[in-house]
Design a binder for this molecule. Structure first.
Ligand code: ZN
Ligand code: ZN
Ligand code: ZN
Length: 149
């Protein structure tokens, strides 16, 4: 396999010998290089899932993986809404006050994080427009039909 420098040198030679030769070939080279770049990146990401999560957390919520884990510990490892553990193979979502971070392109300011919760619990809050009143009314409604548990 050729290294990138060798490839570049080869292309330079090729172009010298074939002036005006296909820029299509060059494009193909660049494309092949991009492909392998992407594959390399993907491989690295697959090999370092923790590091990827850490970067995603930092990027989206402005917190480190350590801060996430500290928060999880404070919640005794369970969802802050329903108090049950994360689903198998899943992690709890970071819940923040969406109203605070409107217009930040999905990025959180990092100061309005409320807790770590299930995706389903997150959807429930969102569905109720984050309104405690609606959620209470919803609970009352369900109580009407409750038989036994
Ligand atoms: Zn939950
Ligand atoms: Zn936020
Ligand atoms: Zn915010």
């Amino acid at each position: 396999m050729r290294t990138r420098e060798q490839s570049a040198a080869y292309m330079r030679e090729y172009r010298k010998k074939h002036p005006g030769a296909s820029s299509r070939l060059t494009t193909r080279w660049a494309k092949a290089n991009r492909e392998s770049d992407r594959k390399y990146k993907k491989k690295w990401q697959d090999a370092h899932p923790e590091s990827m999560r850490s970067r995603a957390l930092k990027h989206k919520y402005g917190i480190t993986l350590e801060e996430y884990n500290a928060l999880l510990l404070k919640q005794n490892g369970v969802c802050a809404v329903c108090k049950t553990p994360p689903l198998k193979g899943k992690v709890l979502n970071v819940d923040h006050d969406h109203r605070c971070c409107v217009g930040r392109n999905g990025k959180c300011c990092g100061k309005c994080i409320r807790g770590l919760i299930h995706q389903t619990c997150n959807l429930m809050l969102g569905g109720a427009k984050d309104s405690p009143t609606i959620l209470r009314l919803g609970a009352e409604y369900l109580e009407l039909f409750r038989t036994e548990e």
